[in-house]
Design a protein around this ligand. Structure first.
Ligand SMILES: Cc1cc2nc3c(=O)[nH]c(=O)nc-3n(C[C@H](O)[C@H](O)[C@H](O)COP(=O)(O)OP(=O)(O)OC[C@H]3O[C@@H](n4cnc5c(N)ncnc54)[C@H](O)[C@@H]3O)c2cc1C
Length: 344
């Protein structure tokens, strides 16, 4: 491809990905282009040479770790709009572009006094990323508010719409993360938001924050969530990270009981179907890895679930530290830790 052709399509060659991810590790993309509309995306994907390249969509880059350069086309998702589709007595339906900042969306809804997403305030990333990852925090998973996910099939360039029941949402998972659906690019997401504000504050830290008082407005819950998050999580703009690095492992209730017999302080939550979720942060702290630092890669000293980059860590160094953490936890508890971010 000539430089003129690349320029016409808004494509940058050998693009620096470091400023585009919250982990801020060094990596380059062979090609990088940002798209603000479906037309721009189609134009990019229908170019004969670019269409043969392997592809990766990047939203806010807040749940991804590059361990090497990406030898293909990285698409920066910037399709950004918010549209009201209608309302009933019980709910409002909105459609939001995949490139809209998630935090901005939550703040906008709160400003209108609309409830439904307040527990997910201050989660970084985009609306598309949220629908792919099924973000969750403080007692709410986004799948509970999603009605439809609207996509483009990058191979056929045909639109595809998925009802929430077809997305196979689970704990930080969806069909959009599976190899079978790797060609799908999320363009927009349709949410249904309840009109009646039903504060969800059973989550331990939120309950403690409100201390028996009942919030009257979604803004109060959002402010509480923000204040708790700011104390607990490092701001990626100051200390680069991707939030929780490990998923909370899910084990059988029998395994949970055995672990509790040994360590009654273990933090765990019962789940349906004879299973239980263990607090990965607790397990990591228990094996003495909280605060462990190798070069600039570290386990955050205030929250063991978060791995951070103190400046010049590479993706490989972060992964080496993650492997050390996981191995210690496996040896001590017989529990497997899996990374939450997408590893490239
Ligand atoms: C400080 C911090 C706190 C966090 N707290 C939470 C939290 O409380 N709860 C939680 O669940 N997560 C949390 N996260 C993780 C992260 O914010 C979410 O997973 C977020 O939804 C990722 O969105 P993104 O746009 O940044 O996705 P990216 O990191 O850009 O991409 C993640 C994956 O989604 C794919 N993807 C992104 N957009 C699209 C699209 N439009 N179409 C197809 N595929 C796409 C990418 O290819 C990649 O595989 C946190 C991260 C940080 C840094």
């Amino acid at each position: 491809m000539t430089e003129t052709e690349l320029k016409a399509l808004g494509v940058v060659r050998d693009a620096d990905l470091k400023p585009l991810t919250t982990f801020a590790v060094p990596a380059e993309a062979k090609f990088y282009a940002e798209v603000k509309s479906l037309d721009e995306l189609r134009r990019l994907l229908s170019h004969p040479e670019l269409s043969c390249e392997q592809r990766l969509v990047l939203g806010g880059g807040s749940n991804i770790l590059f361990t090497k350069d990406f030898e293909g086309l990285v698409i920066g998702m910037r399709i950004d709009f918010l549209e009201e589709l209608g309302e009933t007595e019980q709910s409002r339906t909105i459609r939001v572009g995949a490139g809209r900042s998630w935090g901005q969306l939550v703040d906008e809804l709160i400003e209108r006094g609309w409830s439904g997403l307040e527990n997910l305030a201050l989660v970084p990333g985009t609306v598309g990323g949220a629908a792919v990852q099924n973000i969750g925090a403080y007692g709410l998973e986004v799948a509970e508010r999603i009605v439809k996910v609207e996509c483009l099939d990058a191979r056929t360039l045909e639109p595809r719409v998925f009802d929430v029941s077809e997305c196979d949402y689970g704990y930080r998972s969806s069909i959009f993360k599976s190899d079978q659906y790797a060609d799908l690019i999320v363009l927009s997401v349709v949410f249904e938001l309840p009109k009646t504000f039903e504060p969800r504050i059973a989550y331990k830290e939120l309950a403690a924050f409100f201390d028996g008082k009942m919030p009257q407005m979604p803004a109060e819950v959002a402010e509480a969530v923000k204040s708790i998050r700011r104390k607990k999580l490092p701001d990626p703009a100051v200390i680069p990270n991707a939030g929780s690095f490990f998923k909370n492992p899910v084990v059988t209730r029998i395994k949970q009981r055995h672990l509790l017999e040994d360590m009654p302080q273990l933090v765990s939550y019962p789940l349906a179907g004879g299973r239980a979720k263990l607090a990965a942060g607790w397990l990591i702290e228990a094996v003495g890895m909280k605060g462990r630092r190798v070069g600039d890669a570290a386990v955050y000293e205030r929250q063991a679930l978060v791995l951070v980059n103190y400046g010049n860590a590479t993706g490989e160094q972060i992964m080496a530290l993650a492997a050390e953490v996981a191995s210690k936890v496996r040896l001590r508890f017989g529990v497997k830790l899996e990374p939450e971010p997408v590893i490239i």
